[in-house]
Write a protein that binds this ligand. Structure first.
Ligand SMILES: [Zn+2]
Length: 221
């Protein structure tokens, strides 16, 4: 599914496996990047979907994880093995992936076991840029849903596009969610005033007002 001339949805409930969160592919300036990996239950279908927009998936050199939850990260290691890409995640969530924590990553909610895997680049700052050739993707730390939740922001077709995978939450003690952090993060996201939001489970919000209304609906003042 095409979102801009450089951004495509290649995985998710309807595209790969019913339990997968959305998986996005960026093909820009000769660089290819994935945002999130799904559970990894149907990698064959995912690769087929990727090939519609990037005929050579091995050109994908980066997998950006938004957070540690299994429906976003479960397929990450398997994908890295196949594609030969590097995995990026925030250090606070990388911790749970590297220790194979089935509770905080919610793997147990999917009757799955998370095999521990290493994160190649750990984000540590409130804001940093992931550079790939001429492509710059901004990573913002937005804790709340999980301690190390990250959103990724880029310009495409002169629009500001935000990959905000679980902006809707949920907040749960088992996930180490934090309401105060979450509210603060949502306000930061509102201030970004983006044109397009690529969400994890609610699809694509196209238009500043649609994005704003969606984020505001989760904000408790
Ligand atoms: Zn989540």
């Amino acid at each position: 599914m095409k979102i801009t001339s450089e951004i495509f949805q290649v995985g998710g409930e309807e595209l790969t496996s019913s339990q997968d969160a959305a998986i996005y592919l960026i093909v820009s300036d000769g660089q290819s990047v994935l945002v999130d990996a799904g559970c990894g239950f149907d990698q064959k279908q995912l690769i087929k979907n990727i090939q519609q927009y990037q005929p050579n998936p091995h050109k994908i050199n980066l997998l950006l994880l938004t957070h540690c939850h299994f429906d976003h990260s479960g397929g990450a290691d398997q994908l890295r093995n196949y594609l030969g890409c590097k995995i990026v995640a925030h250090s606070l969530d990388a911790f749970y992936l590297e220790e194979g924590n089935n509770t905080v990553t919610a793997a147990s909610w999917y009757n799955a076991t998370l095999q521990p895997f290493m994160i190649d680049r750990k984000l540590k700052k409130p804001e940093e840029t992931v550079k790939l050739g001429t492509l710059g993707i901004k990573a913002l730390h937005v804790p709340g849903h999980s301690p190390g939740s990250v959103v990724y922001l880029m310009e495409s077709d002169e629009k500001r596009v935000l990959f905000g995978q679980d902006l809707h939450g949920p907040l749960h003690p088992v996930l180490k969610s934090n309401r105060e952090d979450y509210n603060r993060s949502l306000k930061i996201l509102l201030d970004l005033d983006v044109d397009i939001l690529c969400e994890g489970h609610f699809g694509i919000f196209d238009g500043k007002k649609q994005v704003r209304d969606f984020i505001t609906s989760y904000l408790q003042y």
